[in-house]
Design a protein around this ligand. Structure first.
Ligand SMILES: NC(=O)c1ccc[n+]([C@@H]2O[C@H](COP(=O)([O-])OP(=O)(O)OC[C@H]3O[C@@H](n4cnc5c(N)ncnc54)[C@H](OP(=O)(O)O)[C@@H]3O)[C@@H](O)[C@H]2O)c1
Length: 281
C-alpha cells in the first residue's frame, strides 16, 4: 500500500509539483518535496533542496530520505530558452534524469517521470504511446533522450507524456500565466490557429499519477484530455471561462509568429490507453 511508502516529488514548486503535493496532502499521505532553491518559497510540507543536475546534491538528498517512489516533475520547461541555453537544458532534462535513474536502478525503486507531446514531430497528430518519436526542437530532443535513458536502465518506471498543462485556479504557472498577465492588463495577444494540441487539467494529471503509484502501473502513458483543439481555441476557452475580454485574442498563423524554437503542428495525444487503464477522467 502507498501509505507506508516514502514518496519524493522533485520540482515541488512547479505547476505539476505543486498540484501533486497538494493532492498528497489532501489524502494525508506523507511525502517529501524537493526544490532547486529552498530559499525562494515557503512550504507547508517537508522539503529538501536538490538540484537534479548535480550528482552530489542528488546523492546527498536521496540517501538521506531513501524514497521508495520518485515522482520527477523537475525540468527545464521554457521551450525557447532550451533552444538558446542548450547546455543548461541538457543538464536538467537529461543529466538530471540520469542522476535519478541511477539511484532508482541501484535501489530498484519506482520512477515516475513526466515527458511531453513535443517528442513527436506533429506531422500526424493523435499520437499513441507506440508511435514513432521525432522531436523537432531541442526541448523535445532532451525529453526523448531522457525517456531513452530511463527505458535502457530500469524496468520499474512510468513515463507520462502530457501536453499544455493548465490549472484554472493557478494562473501563476504554465502557459496560462503569460495569457492571464496580458489579458488582465487589457493587452492583446496573438495566438496561432494552425497548431493543434490536447490540453491537460493538472488535477486530472496528478490524479492519474496517484493511480500509477498506488497501483504500481508501469510503462508509457499519454495523459491529456481527449479533445484536440487549435491553440487559439484552447486559449479562447480559457479567456471566456474566466470572464476576460475575448476580443483581446487575435488569431494568427504560425508563419506570422516570431518564436525561437520550432513547434509541432499537431502534437495532440491519443489518451485512450491511459483512460482505460488509469480511469483518471
Ligand atoms: N507545462 C506544460 O504544459 C507541460 C507540457 C508537457 C510536458 N510537461 C512536462 O511536465 C513536467 C512538469 O512541468 P511543469 O509545467 O510543472 O513545469 P514548471 O512549472 O516549469 O516546473 C518545473 C520545476 O522544475 C524545477 N527545476 C528546474 N531545474 C531544476 C533543477 N536543476 N533541479 C531541481 N529542480 C529544477 C523548477 O524550479 P525553479 O522554478 O526553481 O527553476 C520548477 O519548479 C516537466 O517534465 C515538463 O517537461 C509540461
Amino acid at each position: 500500500m502507498i501509505l507506508n511508502k516514502k514518496i519524493l516529488i522533485t520540482g515541488a514548486n512547479g505547476l505539476v509539483g505543486q498540484a501533486m503535493c497538494s493532492l498528497l496532502q489532501k489524502k494525508k499521505i506523507k511525502f517529501v518535496g524537493s526544490v532547486k532553491n529552498i530559499s525562494e518559497s515557503s512550504f507547508s510540507f517537508d522539503v529538501a533542496e536538490m538540484n537534479i543536475s548535480c550528482k552530489h546534491s542528488c546523492k546527498h538528498v536521496l540517501n538521506k530520505f531513501s524514497p521508495d517512489i520518485i515522482i520527477n516533475t523537475a525540468a527545464f520547461t521554457n521551450v525557447d530558452q532550451c533552444e538558446i541555453n542548450k547546455e543548461e537544458c541538457w543538464m536538467v532534462n537529461v543529466v538530471g534524469v540520469e542522476n535519478l535513474v541511477m539511484y532508482c536502478k541501484r535501489k530498484n525503486i519506482h520512477l515516475v517521470h513526466i515527458s511531453s507531446d513535443f517528442v513527436f514531430d506533429g506531422l500526424n497528430g493523435h499520437y499513441s504511446e507506440n508511435d514513432v518519436c521525432n522531436p523537432i526542437n531541442y526541448y523535445g530532443k532532451t525529453k526523448l533522450c531522457s525517456e531513452n535513458i530511463i527505458k535502457e536502465n530500469i524496468s520499474n518506471y512510468t513515463i507520462i507524456r502530457t501536453s499544455m498543462i493548465y490549472d484554472y485556479n493557478n494562473f501563476e504557472k504554465g502557459f496560462l500565466s503569460w495569457i492571464a498577465n496580458k489579458v488582465k492588463k487589457n493587452q492583446t495577444i496573438n495566438i496561432v490557429d494552425d497548431q493543434f494540441r490536447t490540453s491537460t487539467n493538472v488535477h486530472d494529471l496528478v490524479k492519474s499519477i496517484f493511480v500509477i503509484i498506488n497501483r504500481k502501473k508501469t510503462g508509457v502513458y499519454h495523459i491529456s484530455s481527449d479533445v484536440r483543439l487549435s491553440i487559439y481555441d484552447i486559449v479562447c476557452k480559457f479567456v471566456k471561462k474566466n470572464g476576460f475580454d475575448i476580443s483581446l485574442v487575435n488569431k494568427i498563423s504560425s508563419k506570422e509568429l516570431k518564436i525561437i524554437a520550432q513547434r509541432p503542428k499537431d502534437s495532440s495525444l491519443n489518451c485512450r490507453y491511459a483512460m482505460k487503464n488509469l480511469k483518471y477522467k
